[in-house]
Design a protein around this ligand. Structure first.
Ligand SMILES: [Zn+2]
Length: 404
């Protein structure tokens, strides 16, 4: 193995400019969620150029590259959509230049997360150059719509494409650390129905804004008492939108609706989070109680660039795998073998496709990717070329460690 690792490191280094140039090409193509077609075409071109055994797109528009045809299945996942640029005056360079300068590739998506796919294309090329022939099927998935609805693409891969890997490596930025979990999240809405009356006689009506406001203040207090997990941290809740309606600006409002962003830690589920809100509403409104305030878990549905409509509930479960899990241990060994130091094992602050991969389907999953997550969704996004090199070596070497 030692000799093999030396070869992998040397190839990754030799292919440094190839990797950086591939990423630069990907960054020049704007690819917002549901508009990833040109980006998918370029990624396919790169996979074919690297000598992958098979490259195709599925009905949702996910790019699926394959190397090997073994019984065990390993997948490297990287989403190919990005968020928009935000205020351009916050950028000191063109977000779509893809410029390679001072040891960095610059632009939107370099960190979140086109750097991952660029690195795994190189990993595939390394595996082909080494004539990888272990008993392993390796999928490289360039997935869509992640920024809008994390995990939806993997719901499609598992349920429609029937791709059920034994292991998945998410290539979102981890600063080259090994991540093994994240808090989950969900989106809820509460609708309040009051009774309107003339604004000159508010006592005749029931003001939905007052009802909703009381609920908002209770939700603020609820945030302080939510549970915490040693590894993942605390659950949280906040209100992200408040809308109301009234028959006239001279009437008591009879409608209000709040949008809730809920982050879930270990042990918190959709059921427990909904029940907390229902409990809090019950305490507040004794009169005709619950029918006046209704909680719902929201639903996401969109049309992919392929024309396929697909959706899921906006419930993105918490996930973590144990530090002594086979996949984590193998990843740690791979890292130590390649880089002669111990890796840091940690978690993401944000959400990833792991919510369905592990959260729904229980497929063992870790994260390892180039770039600093602080730059995700931020201006002046750039990724060190040295990170891309390290990630490409890591992905190639991990395929060997997992098929030993
Ligand atoms: Zn991302």
């Amino acid at each position: 193995m030692e000799e093999l690792l030396l070869k992998i490191n040397a190839l990754a280094e030799e292919l440094k400019d190839y990797t950086a140039t591939n990423l630069s090409k990907l960054v020049k193509i704007k690819s917002l969620s549901t508009k990833e077609e040109a980006m998918a075409d370029e990624l396919k071109r790169q996979m074919l150029g690297a000598g992958f055994d098979e490259v195709r797109t599925d009905g949702l528009g996910n790019v699926i590259g394959r190397i090997g045809n073994g019984t065990k299945i390993l997948a490297f996942d990287g989403h190919i959509d990005t968020v928009d640029t935000g205020n351009l005056s916050n950028w000191t360079f063109d977000p779509f230049s893809g410029e390679i300068r001072d040891g960095f590739v610059h632009g939107r998506g370099t960190v979140d997360q086109k750097g991952g796919p660029a690195a795994f294309v190189t990993a595939g090329r390394i595996l082909k150059e080494l004539a990888f022939d272990r008993d392993l099927t390796i999928y490289f998935t360039g997935t869509v719509i992640e920024e809008d609805c994390d995990g939806l693409c993997w719901k499609y891969l598992v349920e429609e494409e029937k791709i059920i890997p034994d292991y998945v490596v998410i290539t979102e930025p981890t600063n080259l650390n090994i991540y093994r979990g994240q808090r989950g999240r969900m989106e809820m809405a509460v609708t309040f129905r009051g009774v309107s009356s003339h604004g000159s006689a508010p006592e005749r009506g029931k003001n939905a804004i007052y009802m909703a406001s009381r609920a908002c203040l209770e939700i603020e207090k609820l945030n302080d008492r939510l549970r915490s997990d040693d590894f993942l941290g605390k659950g949280s809740i906040t209100i992200s939108e408040f809308v109301s309606g009234s028959p006239s600006l001279c009437a008591v409002a009879d409608y209000a609706r709040i949008h809730i962003d809920r982050r879930l830690t270990s042990g918190e589920t959709k059921e427990s989070a909904v029940a907390e809100i229902q409990e809090l509403l019950k305490g507040m409104d004794t009169e005709r109680s619950r029918s006046l305030a209704e909680v719902e878990v929201l639903h996401y549905e969109e049309t992919a660039y392929t024309g396929r409509r697909f959706g899921m509930e906006k419930y993105y479960p918490t996930w973590k795998i144990e530090e002594d899990h086979h996949l984590v241990v193998r990843a740690q060994e791979t890292f130590a073998g390649l880089f002669n130091r111990e890796p840091l094992t940690d978690k993401w602050t944000f959400s990833t496709n792991g919510v369905t991969i592990n959260g729904y389907y229980n497929i063992p999953c870790i994260g390892f990717g180039p770039g600093d997550e602080v730059l995700a969704h931020a201006p002046n996004e750039k990724v060190p070329v040295s990170d891309l090199v390290a990630a490409s070596a890591f992905y190639a070497a991990l395929a060997y460690y997992l098929s030993e």
